[in-house]
Design a protein around this ligand. Structure first.
Ligand code: ARG
Length: 466
């Protein structure tokens, strides 16, 4: 049983129920590397400032390095009786190096210590998730490059609307995931501020060199208000918001892939490696990877809601409620860290059925707008042209025909401006190719969009946060 480092003013030990209830070590032990790095920087600075003897600082740094090495070698047994990872490391250090270990916590509180550790961990999480997103973007851009001419129906209200291409559709998701990277970069920047020196809430009387600790730990700045320094979990909320929005994007994509892989759509076939079967229905091939990502979106929203709710009624500064921040944050991070690579691999191996997409785009009058636009090109006002096209669609619906099945005579009965060039004008290819303005589905436009995304990715990979 590890000694309670704060036991001085107490006459009785904590109740076993309370020990179990308040312990955070089962989940905060994953902060151990950040905790040790933070303590090494703090002790180094304490020595340099002559706040503790240089020899003690050196002994502390050595001792902490030893603990880190043992941890990395899998040789460190985490003592679950310690209240949290911070107490565990400090108590273990003192066990190992003796008196000098007792000087580590000079000018520091667990309140600024935990804020530091979580900020360091959040920086890693943001960097990792952004990297996973750029892997996904690679796959999206490469698939888009292969499907510039793959015509498929675009939908509104899940009703066929206008023909687009698969590349165009995939690039819509690329835009979302690029914005997600930006959001994680923003969360990173929020986390990247160094809180040590805030003490418990009111700073400290020791002449700490906060800038030195900031530099040692590679932070961009130091926090500017001690109360806020220990109370702020906005950077986690930013991470959780970015995570929720990113999961929402993945979930929409998954929903579409579930639809497309259904018998009714039949436009996507998932690789066997990312589908599952049924225990009773031998024919089944279920898109479980997509469904699970869609389902796990709910838990990430839950994590965001949990932390927002934990924080909403807290008076300044630290309150133990805030210990609840970690499980929500870790859960969302772990969920993303699993969903993203699985989704990326699933997407990379999915086969998109070009012919089925093309056939589907040919149904449902996706060229009706272009029929109206054709008449506009012949001088007819758009509102009238819309009506004529609508009348022709109505006729085709009744007769079970497509617009391109109508004879020139039939078209002319609806409006005299129709001519033989109408058939070419309302072909699916023409519908797509004519939409060549920036942001449109024409292959030339989408090619440019892919190129822009590729150079964005290159700059992002070179370390530029955009
Ligand atoms: N385990 C605590 C947490 O995660 C560390 C900070 C404890 N501070 C305190 N004053 N009890 O929030």
């Amino acid at each position: 049983m590890m000694p309670k480092l704060w036991a001085g003013r107490f006459e009785k030990p904590t109740d076993a129920l309370m020990d179990d209830f308040q312990s955070s070590i089962p989940f905060d032990q994953r902060l151990i590397e950040c905790d040790i790095a933070g303590s090494i920087a703090h002790a180094t600075m304490l020595g340099e400032q002559n706040i503790i003897p240089a020899a003690d600082a050196a002994a502390i740094v050595d001792g902490l390095k030893g603990i880190l090495a043992d941890y990395r070698a899998g040789a460190l047994e985490i003592d679950k009786s310690a209240e949290d990872v911070h107490m565990f490391v400090e108590a273990l250090l003192t066990q190992r190096i003796g008196e000098a270990g007792k000087r580590l916590h000079t000018g520091r509180s667990r309140n600024d210590q935990v804020a530091l550790d979580v900020r360091m961990y959040a920086r890693e999480a943001c960097t990792h998730v952004a990297a996973l997103l750029t892997d996904l973007l690679d796959v999206l851009l490469s698939l888009a490059g292969q499907h510039l001419d793959t015509i498929m129906p675009g939908y509104t209200h899940l009703q066929k609307a206008q023909p687009v291409t698969l590349a165009f559709h995939l690039m819509a998701y690329a835009q979302m995931f690029m914005r997600d990277v930006n959001r994680f970069d923003h969360a990173y920047a929020e986390a990247d501020v160094m809180p040590l020196g805030s003490g418990a809430l009111a700073g400290t009387t020791y002449p700490l060199n906060r800038e030195r600790v900031c530099e040692l730990l590679g932070f961009s700045d130091v926090t500017d208000n001690a109360l806020d320094g220990v109370s702020d979990r906005d950077f986690l909320l930013s991470f959780l918001s970015a995570a929720s929005i990113c999961m929402m994007h993945l979930s929409r994509f998954c929903e579409e892939l579930v639809l497309w892989s259904s018998n009714e759509f039949g436009t996507a076939v998932m690789d066997d490696g990312f589908a599952t079967g049924s225990s009773i229905m031998p024919q089944k091939k279920n898109p479980d990877a997509c469904e699970l990502v869609r389902g796990k979106t709910g838990r990430v929203y839950g994590d965001l809601t949990a932390l927002l709710t934990v924080m909403k009624g807290l008076p300044l500064a630290y309150n133990k409620d805030m210990q609840e921040d970690k499980e929500a944050f870790f859960d969302a991070y772990d969920t993303l860290a699993k969903c993203l690579p699985t989704f990326t691999a699933m997407l990379r191996t999915t086969v998109f059925r070009r012919e089925a997409m093309y056939a589907s785009a040919g149904l449902g009058f996706t060229n009706a707008t272009d029929l109206a636009d054709y008449l506009v090109g012949k001088g007819v006002p758009f509102r009238d042209a819309h009506h004529v096209s609508g009348v022709l669609v109505g006729k085709c619906v009744k007769e079970g025909r497509a617009l391109t099945d109508l004879t020139l005579n039939e078209l002319r009965q609806a409006h005299s401006a129709f001519d033989t060039d109408v058939y070419e004008a309302i072909s699916l290819e023409a519908c797509v190719n004519r939409r060549s303005l920036r942001g449109g589905p024409a292959p030339v436009s989408v090619r440019q969009s892919i190129d822009r995304a590729q150079s964005w990715l290159k700059r992002r990979r070179a370390g530029e946060r955009i």
